[in-house]
Design a protein around this ligand. Structure first.
Ligand code: MGD
Ligand code: MGD
Ligand code: MO
Length: 796
């Protein structure tokens, strides 16, 4: 590693303090952090409502700007229509019955426009720009170079990528993989955009090759939800359907920012509200979409008339959710002890176990501790409990503010305890709503992308395909990074995503990646993971979901359009067919790319005709039908208009736990490890990004413009630290004696609880310790890092 001098305020990342994470490959320095100058921060008032006509205009503006008038607007009209393509944005479902012709949201539109980009990162672009030069630019700039058009190869020690033919790329991968000492020296990462066909073919390929090293973005996202739901109900998925929102009488929205990350969820919440439901929001930040909503699909919304969504805003401290929900349950149990009509005894006796321990635990809990650790006054907790005692039509929705903690699994468990004691599972208008992230992250798991595969999956693969899959557990994403760092994993294949910037501890992850022999990334656009690579690197560009996928005539079959399928957050599987001209004639769908890669690597070792799978996805779907429970007749079911629901036991009070009952759990209040002068730091997405893809520099609803290297802090804390708003500060994180630091971030006054700060993902990832993960799910604690701050230029 060599160090470079940073001139800009933003250019510092370090675990060791003496370098910015830049590496010298022999042909110039590759920067882990861009050296581009930032522009001036602008701050406006925090918004109290989301969407409305402004959002529609923004989506068209973005669509037209990025993609050109026709490519920009036409795709949006196809979005989430019964015959169109599945939105490549989030995993929120579409209505089964009524789809408006504008069933899209601003951020779905941005995702589509980003893909329909008219700009191209061609071979000439790679000739003109060395990787060193590209690395000086921001991540925003990298994705702005447009769609990748042909396979590119970076040789050992080379300064530039050069074009490579598809066959040669597959051959290179085959040689590298087939020369490893063990298949476990390779890892196959998946980002949750991959469709069901891609995910299924990919996991069969990895297992046919001989490893369960199938890390995926879910390991960093809802792994804790899967663990908690499986332990307590026997199935790792939520239990509600969209129409339950019409019948609900109380909806909790915990640790999520739907106005930005799941905008169509606001329509569902609006429906609940109009039907008389109360909404309780639990969040350290007063997120615009939680407060009010102007529905862009309706005239009133277009006119700027909003629905007030939240009835009770519980502004918890970061990681205050267990104490808060323990408090709500405690109050319910106190009333039960007085009046005996709060716990649903019929339900709990017939369908659950473990209640005695839960009741003992909440009876013992101290109100003082509940109030001080949640940050919520007792009267507000009593109010929430009162509403929860008045109805059992309760839905609890949650996302990353709940899961990405060292006690993430227990957070989810405490929410589920509330549903169970009220009998709010398996009845209309009630249940668990685990709001997934990436558009097909749930489907990827259903299809078998899982480093800890259930034995039943392995046995069925063996039965259907005749090869013996590996039986040992593989690496999840964090363990993959560590294994690469130790030199145990030498080849990393990524199906989409950005392994470098999505993982914790960017510096460590960069070192890990650079310690491999080969990195291969299938993607649509350039990102920093293509610059900080293994000794050799391949970029394999693929079609996006909006583009028509016509496989050429082969095996006696004429050329015909292919489609793929996805599963949304509520277990609905449906087909998705792109319509638009591909960004380049050299592109293939990622399904075809994977099958061709598998063919080159495995030949006929698995007995699967990979070429036939590449040319006709019906054949892959036959495999899905034979292996994945609930997918029998997949080819037929997926062609039905609106798709089909996967089976969901808990929705019918059929709990597939070892005892056959839903299991209540005891979840201790987490230890308070924050010392005076330190802060709990959470990381959030801005309104203008999709994970590591930055669409723009504005966070409109939070009133923050132009700058992403910021720290949102309570005004009183800013003063107490002797700082001034907008001052440049250094942030140091503390974990088990290790420190990590970023410098030159701007502090902004924000309505966040005392001793709590928020920063943006992925800029804050250098601060996140790799080993700070949930004990049960190993999900990184992206929402809780202990930090201290200093004015830049002063010593810690
Ligand atoms: N436009 C857009 N859509 C997206 C994405 C995107 O990047 N852009 N990403 C997709 C993906 S992969 C995912 S997983 C989802 C993510 O969806 P979200 O979970 O909504 O994403 P985050 O921005 O991480 O927001 C977490 C929320 O939790 C709150 N929070 C932070 N810490 C705590 C805490 O300790 N307790 C509580 N109760 N709340 C807390 C934050 O203030 C914030 O409102 O969105 C998906 N959809
Ligand atoms: N600090 C912090 N870190 C986090 C989080 C957090 O909240 N805080 N959230 C975590 C979560 S929830 C997640 S899901 C991960 C996200 O981790 P990833 O899923 O790995 O990252 P993305 O940014 O979604 O991936 C973006 C890239 O995907 C590629 N891409 C886009 N569309 C397609 C496509 O159709 N096919 C293919 N093959 N490639 C495509 C593009 O090249 C783009 O650059 O990050 C995690 N990291
Ligand atoms: Mo996610």
């Amino acid at each position: 590693m060599t160090s470079t001098n940073s001139q800009s305020g933003i250019d510092v990342i370090s675990r060791k303090d003496d370098h910015d994470g830049a590496v010298d490959r022999g042909h110039g320095v590759i920067h882990l952090v861009p050296t581009e100058q930032d522009v001036e921060l602008r701050q406006k008032a925090v918004k109290t409502k989301a969407a409305g006509v402004e959002a529609v205009l923004k989506s068209f503006q973005y669509g037209i700007g990025e993609a050109g008038l026709l490519r920009g607007t036409l795709p949006m009209l196809q979005l989430n229509q019964a015959q169109g393509f599945d939105c490549p944005g989030c995993a929120w479902p579409e209505s089964d019955t009524h789809r408006s012709s504008f069933e899209f949201c601003e951020n779905g539109a941005k995702a589509v426009a980003h893909e329909s980009d008219k700009r191209r990162a061609t071979a000439q672009f790679f000739r003109d720009h060395s990787i060193s030069e590209m690395s000086r630019h921001s991540d925003y700039w990298l994705e702005q170079q447009g769609r990748l058009t042909e396979p590119m190869f970076l040789d050992e020690g080379a300064s530039h990528y050069q074009p490579i033919r598809w066959e040669d790329a597959f051959q290179l991968i085959a040689e590298e993989l087939n020369n490893l000492d063990s298949p476990d020296q390779a890892a196959f990462y998946t980002s949750g955009k991959a469709t069901n066909e891609a995910a299924f073919a990919y996991q069969i390929f990895a297992r046919g090759y001989g490893t369960n090293n199938l890390p995926d973005c879910s390991n960093m996202c809802h792994e804790a939800s899967g663990r908690a739901l499986t332990k307590m109900m026997g199935m790792g998925k939520g239990t509600v359907k969209l129409d339950d929102f019409e019948k609900a009488e109380l909806v909790f929205v915990v640790g999520q920012n739907p106005g930005t990350n799941h905008p169509r969820q606001l329509s569902a919440l609006q429906t609940s509200k109009r039907n008389g439901a109360k909404i309780i929001s639990v969040n350290p930040l007063p997120e615009a979409g939680l407060m009010g909503f102007m529905n862009p699909q309706q005239v009133s919304g277009m006119l700027g008339i909003s629905t007030q969504l939240t009835d009770l805003f519980l502004q918890v401290k970061i990681n205050g959710d267990i104490p808060l929900f323990k408090g709500i349950i405690k109050q319910l149990v106190e009333w039960e002890d007085e009046r005996g009509d709060v716990i649903d005894r019929q339900f709990t006796e017939e369908f659950t176990e473990g209640m005695a321990d839960l009741l003992a635990n909440v009876r013992e809990a101290s109100w003082d501790q509940i109030v001080s650790r949640s940050g919520i006054p007792k009267n507000q907790i009593v109010q929430a409990a009162k509403w929860a005692s008045e109805t059992s039509r309760i839905i609890v929705c949650w996302c990353l503010g709940v899961t990405q903690h060292r006690n993430g699994t227990q957070n989810v468990q405490e929410l589920l305890n509330l549903l169970l004691i009220r009998g709010a599972i398996g009845k209309p208008g009630a249940g668990a709503c685990c709001v997934r992230g990436h558009s097909n992250v749930q489907g990827d798991r259903t299809m078998g992308v899982w480093e800890k595969p259930p034995q039943s999956l392995l046995d069925q693969i063996e039965k259907v395909f005749g090869f013996h899959p590996p039986q040992e557990r593989g690496f999840d994403s964090q363990r993959t990074a560590k294994a690469m760092h130790e030199g145990k994993v030498k080849v990393l294949v990524s199906l989409g995503g950005n392994f470098l910037l999505a993982l914790p501890d960017t510096q460590f992850t960069a070192e890990a990646i650079q310690n491999t022999d080969l990195t291969v990334r299938i993607g649509t656009k350039l990102n920093r993971a293509d610059l900080l690579t293994g000794r050799r690197s391949l970029i394999l560009p693929c079609l996006g979901r909006t583009e028509a996928d016509v496989r050429p005539a082969a095996n006696g079959k004429p050329a015909r359009p292919q489609f793929t399928s996805t599963e949304n957050s509520m277990g609905v599987v449906q087909s998705s067919q792109g319509k638009f001209a591909p960004a380049s004639k050299d592109l293939m769908n990622e399904v075809a790319i994977l099958c061709k890669m598998a063919h080159a690597v495995l030949g006929d070792r698995t007995g699967i005709d990979w070429q036939a799978w590449a040319d006709d996805y019906d054949q892959i779907r036959e495999g899905i039908a034979a292996v994945i429970p609930g997918c029998e007749n997949y080819n037929q079911l997926v062609r039905q208009k609106g798709g089909f629901y996967l089976p969901n036991g808990p929705r019918k009070r059929n709990f597939t736990t070892p005892s056959g009952k839903a299991v209540m759990t005891v979840n201790p209040i987490p230890k308070d490890e924050i010392k005076p002068g330190q802060f709990a730091m959470t990381t959030v997405r801005s309104h203008d990004q999709f994970n590591t893809t930055i669409y723009g520099l504005d966070d409109r609803y939070r009133g923050l413009y132009n700058v992403r290297q910021i720290v949102m802090m309570n005004e009183a804390d800013i003063a107490e630290q002797g700082l001034k708003p907008e001052q440049a500060i250094d942030v140091e994180s503390h974990f088990e004696g290790e420190t990590r630091k970023v410098c030159g971030f701007r502090v902004v006054a924000y309505p966040i609880p005392r001793q709590c700060v928020a920063m943006y993902f992925p800029e804050a990832n250098p601060l996140i310790p790799m080993n700070s993960t949930d004990e049960f799910s190993n999900c990184p604690s992206f929402k809780h890092t202990i930090v201290s701050v200093r004015a830049s230029g002063t010593k810690h």
